[in-house]
Design a protein around this ligand. Sequence first.
Ligand SMILES: Cc1ncc(COP(=O)(O)O)c(C=O)c1O
Length: 318
Amino acid sequence: MFTKNATEALNLAIFGLLLPGDHVITSSMEHNSAMRPLRELESKGVEVSVIRCSPRGELDPGDLMTAIKKNTKAVILTHASNVTGTIMPVREVGNITREHGLILCVDSAQTAGVLPIDVSEMNLDLLAFSGHKSLFGPQGTGGLYIRKGIEEKIKPLIVGGTGSRSEHESQPDFMPDRYESGTLNTAGLAGLGAGAEYILRKGIDHIRTKEILLTQYFLDGLKSISSVRIYGPGEASRQISVVSFNVDGLTPSEVSFAFDEQYGILSRPGLHCAPSAHRTIGTFPGGTVRFSFGYFNTEEEINYALDAVRQLSRRRKE
Ligand SMILES: Cc1ncc(COP(=O)(O)O)c(C=O)c1O
């Protein structure tokens, strides 16, 4: 069913599913779109366990196993960190949740459109996605995949007119109408459909291969600059095309401001709506500078970005 973004999809999954007395497990690399609804519910009697990931943002599935308790209901996990790009072991986690009868909700805001996702094979019960990132849709689009049967366990976030069963004053119980009340962003969703068709035409493997090449090229270049500290796996095949780094002696804001003002490069400094992830990798509260590449970026642009980083770090020393 469609939502206006991944945040709304995660809110629906989390608030719809969890009740006081339930236990839920998540990782320390989550975006606030998952962490804030969980913390809100924690204050209302839901038990929340946050598994500490490694300083590179990696989750050990063994830690998840040991966190499972009698009242554990669900695992909420990002598919890849928006801070370090680290790809989470969702397949292994899916095996664990299936074995223990838990509901697995994955946040694919950073991966839908670039990493292959097979909800059956990966044992995913819920999958939240953004339309406006790697799915090439317009802003204001997103959605939640709900495995057949799971909808009985998830309360709608809003109820109202659906254009169906209008003779009843109670909400329809079938998909997607149970969750899609009010007029949807039809024009935006048509754009999202066009984005998805483009991806299917190009092939997700082709898109991922290009993003790996660009990311590795940038990482290799950064590694040759001594004043740059890179966070995350530092290896393109183990991450998505998000690269976080800092330049010694400069704050992330100074670096991003200079990229924007002097080079016309947009990057994002700070905590990236994921304070817990920055605590995990040791960059709280200052954060990092984050670059993210897309299918349409070129090697030439990466050379230009690397030159900008070299010039900035040289100027810092003068
Ligand atoms: C990992 C992750 N989850 C959730 C979100 C929220 O996505 P949206 O803006 O579609 O609500 C983001 C956005 O940056 C993200 O990176």
